[in-house]
Design a protein around this ligand. Sequence first.
Ligand code: SGN
Ligand code: CA
Length: 505
Amino acid sequence: MKAALKKITWTLIVFCTWQSTKGQSNLSKKQRPNIVYIMSDDHGYQAISAYGYGLNKTPHIDRLAKEGILFTRATVTNSLCAPSRAVLLTGKHSFVNGKVDNEARFNWNQDNFAKQLQQHGYQTALIGKIHMDGLPQGFDHSAVLIDQGEYYNPNFIIDGTKKELKGYVTDLTTDMAIDWIKNRDPEKPFCLLYHQKAPHREWLPALRHLSTYTGMTIPEPKTLFDNYTNRGTAARTAEMNILKHMNWAGDNKIPPTLMDELGIKEYLSWDKAAFNNNLGRMTPAERASWDSVYNPIMEAFKKNYASMNDKELMRWRYQRYMQDYLGTVAAVDDGVGRMLDFLKANGLDEHTIIVYTSDQGFYLGEHGWFDKRFMYEESLRTPLLVRYPAEIPAGTVSDALVQNLDFAPTLLDYAGVAAPKDMQGKSFRKLASGKEKKWRDVIYYTYYEYPSIHMVKRHYGIRTNRYKLIHFYYDTDEWELYDLQKDPEELNNVYNDPGYADTKR
Ligand code: SGN
Ligand code: CA
C-alpha cells in the first residue's frame, strides 16, 4: 500500500490527470438539462434517513434516493469546509487549487465549472454559504453568507452588497434559490448552487423545530466512550471530544449565567460570547419561543448537574448536541421538499439534475467526537444522492468510491461541456446510469489545517475498497493502517501487525 500511496502522490503532483475528456455532446442547447446542486454544511450521512441509521427522518432528501441514486461511499478529498468548496468548483485537489485550509485565500481568477457552464450558455447562481472571500466568479447572481454566516436574521452579500435579512437562514436560502429559478430566462438552461449553512455548529434550529427533537432520546453510537487505544497520537490529541471540548453555552445552550451559577468554566474563550451573539440576533418574540423550549431543559440540568458523573455528563451533552443538530437538519429537509415540489409544479422535475450532498461528513458522537477533518470514515465520507430520471434508474444504490473531486467533471458532462484537461476528477455520469460498471479502486486524501482549532494533525492517505493507509506528519511521523472489512469502526491500527506486512507494501 505504501508503494501505491507514493505512486498516487507523485502522479497527482505532476498533474497527470486521468480525466478522460469527452467531446461536446450533440444535445441541442434547448435540451440541455438544468442543474440544482444542493450542498449543506457538516451534514453527516448518518443524519439522512435514507442511509438507515435511525437517528431522524428526512423524507424529502430520501425522495432523491427513491427516485435516483444513493452513493454509500462518496468521499471528500479534504474534510474541511472552504477546501471542499474549492474542490467542488475547480475539480482539482487542494494542493493544486491552492485552497488547502479555511485560512488560505481562494483565487477566484482560476477556472471553475460554473465559469465553463456560463461560457457554454448556462445561467448560473450561487446562493448560501461559500465560506470564501471575494466576489464569486462564474455566477450571474450570487447571494452568499459572510464567512460562517448566522442562523437568525442573517447578513447576506447579494451581488456584492451587504444586506441583513429577516428570518431563518435555511428558509431564506431556499426562498432565494426558488425565486432565482422563477425569475430566470426560460430559454436558457440553468445551474443553481444552493448551499445551506445548516447543520453547522452552533446548531440553532428554526423556531418551528426547536422542540422537534428535544423530547427524544437519540440512540448513542457504539464508540461514544472510545478511549482511543490501539490508534496513534492524532486521535488521542484531537480536541473534538463532546465531553471535553464542546462549548457549554455556545453549543449546549447552557445560559452563561447558569454556567456561572454552577461553576462551569469556559473551555474556549468565545463560548459565552457565541451564545450571546447567536441568541442576541433574535427578536424578543423569537427569544420568547426559544426560552419556552430551553428554559425547562436548563432547569432540569441545574437540578441534576452536581450529582452527574462524567459518563452521565457525556450522555447529556451528546443528547443536547444531537437534538439541536437534528433540529437544524429538519429545516434543510423542508427546503429540499419545497424545491422538489416547486420543480415539479413548474414542469422542471424531469429535465433537472438534482444533487444533494454536504461539504463533508461529521462525527455524530462516533469516537466521542463532533467535527470532522480526519480521514476516518465518518468525516471522509459525505452523503451523495442524485436524481435525474432521464438517465438514472430509480432506487439505485452504489458503493463506488466517487469523490467531490468528480462533481465538476460530472456536472459538465451532463451539460455536454468537455471538462478542461487539468481537472483531476472523473465524470460518474455513466456509473450513475448503469452504463459503466468499472470505477477507480483507490482514492487520495489530504488534510492540512494544523495547528488550529480541534488540533487534528496534518495527514494524507489512501483508501481502497478494503484498506485505509494514513500518514500523520508535521510534528509527528506516524502511520496507521485499517482493515475496514474486519474493523469498520477503525478501532485497531494494524500498521505494525506482522499479519499485514504484505498489505503495507
Ligand atoms: C468554526 C467552528 C469549528 C469548525 C470550524 C470549521 N468553531 O471554527 O468547530 O471546525 O468552524 O468548520 S465555532 O466554535 O466557531 O463554531 S467549517 O465547516 O467551516 O470547515
Ligand atoms: Ca463544513
